[in-house]
Design a protein around this ligand. Structure first.
Ligand SMILES: Nc1nc2c(ncn2[C@@H]2O[C@H](COP(=O)(O)OP(=O)(O)OP(=O)(O)O)[C@@H](O)[C@H]2O)c(=O)[nH]1
Ligand SMILES: C=C(OP(=O)(O)O)C(=O)O
Length: 221
């Protein structure tokens, strides 16, 4: 087995604009939906920063976006979004981050819509990914991608509908993870959000769902 306990640099794309999470049909005003999208990103990045083998988190976003300052306050480094879609944003993050990845380090891409993510689940996946030059984790449906990881290489992002199969075709090895891992629980739709709430969500998402002066879901952490 190749070296374990690599330290990782993780690139997280966060749209940060008002049109994020357009499939999340909750019958709420658009500003509320975009606050929720920001909360997903904050919970995702907080979990990544709490993962012991993660050394650095690079968030690619519009640096003027309301969420950018909060992400930086958590401890993420920011890279400006080139404004040419998800794959271009990820390539910008990888190109900025790869220059400072140590020889014994790994480089990963994690999507920023995983409000249930637990650091232990990410740590396990990164540990397993360390055995492969390129690895991928599919979303709960098995069609999308939540994580790409690379050791001694740079992941090749081919995100968009059906991306898991494209990443496998591109040489990323699918990781076998325990059933129920929170790493696969991305939130695109209201049904996904219901499942995420059942698994438990981070404090930002719980707060964003709690109407003022009323009780709502309790944060898990
Ligand atoms: N920086 C950046 N991040 C993006 C971009 N598009 C999507 N993302 C992020 O990538 C992750 C997964 O994206 P999607 O599920 O496609 O999110 P989305 O575009 O907000 O959602 P839909 O409108 O429902 O397609 C989320 O963390 C998004 O914030 C982009 O153009 N730039
Ligand atoms: C962007 C992707 O996922 P989602 O289904 O969350 O949009 C993807 O898997 O490429």
């Amino acid at each position: 087995m190749e070296s374990r306990e690599l330290s990782w640099t993780v690139v997280v794309p966060v749209k940060g604009t008002a049109d994020g999470k357009s499939r999340l049909d909750l019958h709420v005003p658009p500003d509320r939906r975009s606050r929720l999208a920001d909360a997903f990103a904050l919970d995702t990045v907080a979990a990544v920063l709490a993962t012991p083998t993660v050394e650095r988190v690079v968030v690619v976003t519009e640096t003027a976006a309301p969420v950018a300052e909060a992400l930086a306050t958590l401890g993420a480094d920011l890279v400006g979004d080139p404004g040419a879609g998800l794959n271009a944003a990820i390539r910008a993050g990888l190109s900025s981050a790869s220059a400072s990845v140590p020889a014994a380090g790994g480089l990963a891409v994690l999507l920023g819509d995983l409000p249930s993510l637990l650091p232990a689940d990410l740590a396990l996946a990164l540990d397993l990914a360390a055995a492969h030059p390129l690895a991928v984790v599919a979303d709960a449906e098995g069609t999308g991608t939540t994580l790409l990881a690379a050791r001694g290489a740079v992941p090749v992002p081919r995100f968009g509908a059906g991306s898991a199969a494209r990443h496998v075709e591109g040489g990323h090895v699918p990781l076998e993870l325990p059933a129920g891992t929170t790493l696969r629980r991305d939130v695109d739709t209201a049904a996904d959000l219901a499942q995420a709430l059942a698994a438990g969500v981070g404090a930002h998402t719980a707060a964003a769902l709690t109407p003022p002066a009323a009780s709502g879901p309790s944060p898990r952490r």
